[in-house]
Structures are given as C-alpha cells and as structure tokens.
Design a protein around this ligand. Structure first.
Ligand SMILES: [Zn+2]
Ligand SMILES: [Zn+2]
Length: 276
C-alpha cells in the first residue's frame, strides 16, 4: 500500500514501503515528519506510524530509520542500527550521551543556516554531504557581537579585553563521512605546512639577506609578505578545521553557515525568530 509523507510543508507521494524506509534512513523523513497511507484515520508522525505499520520494527535513535528489532542494538538505553552503532559508541566514549529522544527535533535548517540547540548532538549524517557519518570531530567555535570591531578605532588593547568579556563559545561534534573527514585532514596538513613555511620565511629571510648582503628594505617587504601569508594560512586553517562557520551564538541556540544544502533540507524547518 503506497505511502505519503510531508516534506518541507509539502505532501509527497506515493512511495513504496522500501522507498519510505530509505527516506527515513537518509533523513528526508524525520521522526517528527507526518506520514499517511490508505486506512489511516489521520496523518501521524513517522515515529508513531512507522512502528505501528511494521510490527517487530523500531526506530533507530541515531538516524530515525525503521529497522527489524533483530537489526538494532541496545546501547546505554538507546536503540541504534548497525550503521549508527560506531558513531554512537564514539559518543558514549566521549561522554556526549544521552542522545536526544527520537522525535524531538533539536537541530533545524532554514535553507542557508543550521540552527543548533546548544549542547545537543547533531544528527549522525555528514554536514558536508548528508551521507551516513562514520565519525565526529570536536570543534570549539567563538562568536563576537559585530559592534565590538568599532572598538578597534579606540585601541586594539580595549578591543581584545572587551572581546574576551563578551565572546560566546560553543562546542560541536561535527559528524563527517569518511570522504569529508579525509578531505579535512589533508587540507589541515596543507594549512600547517603553509603556516610553518611562512614562519620559516620570516625567520630565515633576515639571515639569508645578511649572508647575501641584500638591501634591507627589500627584505623588510618580503618579511611582511611572509607575515601576511601566515595570517592567511591561520584564517584558512581555522575555516577548514571548523567545516561550518559561526553565524551567531546565543545563550540557547547557535546558527552556523556552510552546511550542505542536502543536510539542511533533511532537518526540520527552523520556525524563524532570533537566535537567542
Ligand atoms: Zn541508524
Ligand atoms: Zn560527507
């Protein structure tokens, strides 16, 4: 019997049982998505309708997909599928559990931005491509209110002091697939190499020009170029390591840019309003 489901305020279907399962496993259908098929009195959340329609099945609390009970393992009170198991174990090791109850959306997408409830884990799908994530990478993010930079007109010292007072911090465990974790690691190596080469230039150029007897202002410019190159390496390395960029960090939620459109589309829609 064909199914219909709601996705981004639209009713989609018909789809077969198998297609429905696939959509749930890949996050298009989330535990709170409404689904319906002939014979049901009304649309019901997938977390309710799924286990009712397929007896002997339960929702994986990692990905929200529906699986036969035999294919799920119980880990610290949560039922997870074989795909979600490694990531779940990693989270247990890192003390990040308990994972939120399936059906309670804690992460939202609004087309461009990812909105996260602070302290809650992201769904176990790669933020770069929305494939199943195989690992997470912990990363700290900082945010400063935009008015802060006006203080630079007064003095850099005041900027730094006030900045330390008003900064907001949060930590994310970024879910990544194998491909994107590898890409990130490679780029971090490049950033490190680039940064170290810039530092080597800053230290080595004065020595070298002394040996060769070059004019000093020429060397000065080269050292300045190395310094700029170091700044660019630091900024780029930070961007690579973070994967996402901070848009704003509030007291309860934070917004990030640069998550993939597929990942954002798989999340419940952010109802709007300020990031607080
Ligand atoms: Zn799963
Ligand atoms: Zn990926």
């Amino acid at each position: 019997m064909p199914w219909y489901y709601s996705h981004q305020d639209q009713r989609v279907g018909p789809v077969t049982d198998e297609e429905l399962h696939q959509l749930a496993r890949t996050g298009t259908i989330t535990p709170s998505s409404l689904v319906w098929r002939d014979g049901m009195a009304e649309w019901q959340p997938w977390s309710v309708a799924g286990p009712q329609a397929f007896s002997g099945h339960h929702l994986c609390q990692g990905c929200g997909g529906l699986f036969p009970n035999d294919d799920l393992v119980q880990l610290q009170g949560a039922l997870v599928c074989a795909t979600c198991k490694p990531l779940h174990l990693q989270r247990i090791r890192e003390g990040a559990l308990p994972v939120g109850e399936a059906g309670v959306p804690q992460t939202f997408g609004d087309g461009k931005r990812l909105v996260v409830a602070l302290g809650q884990p992201l769904p176990p799908r790669c933020v770069c491509c929305n494939q199943s994530a195989t690992l997470t990478r912990r990363r700290k993010y900082y945010w400063y209110p935009p008015w802060l930079y006006v203080l630079l007109l007064l003095s850099p010292l005041i900027l730094v002091i006030v900045g330390l007072i008003v900064q907001r911090r949060t930590t994310l465990d970024l879910p990544l697939c194998e491909n994107h974790a590898t890409r990130r690691r490679k780029r971090l190596w490049i950033a490190w190499g680039w940064g170290l080469a810039s530092i080597a230039g800053m230290i080595g150029l004065p020595v070298l020009s002394g040996l060769l007897g070059l004019t000093s202002d020429y060397t000065g410019w080269l050292i300045f170029a190395c310094f700029l190159s170091l700044i660019v390496a630091l900024v780029w390395g930070n961007r690579v390591a973070g994967v996402l960029s901070v848009h704003r960090i509030g007291k309860q939620t934070a917004a990030f840019s640069r998550a993939s459109p597929e990942f954002l589309a798989s999340l419940p829609k952010w109802p709007g309003g300020p990031i607080v």
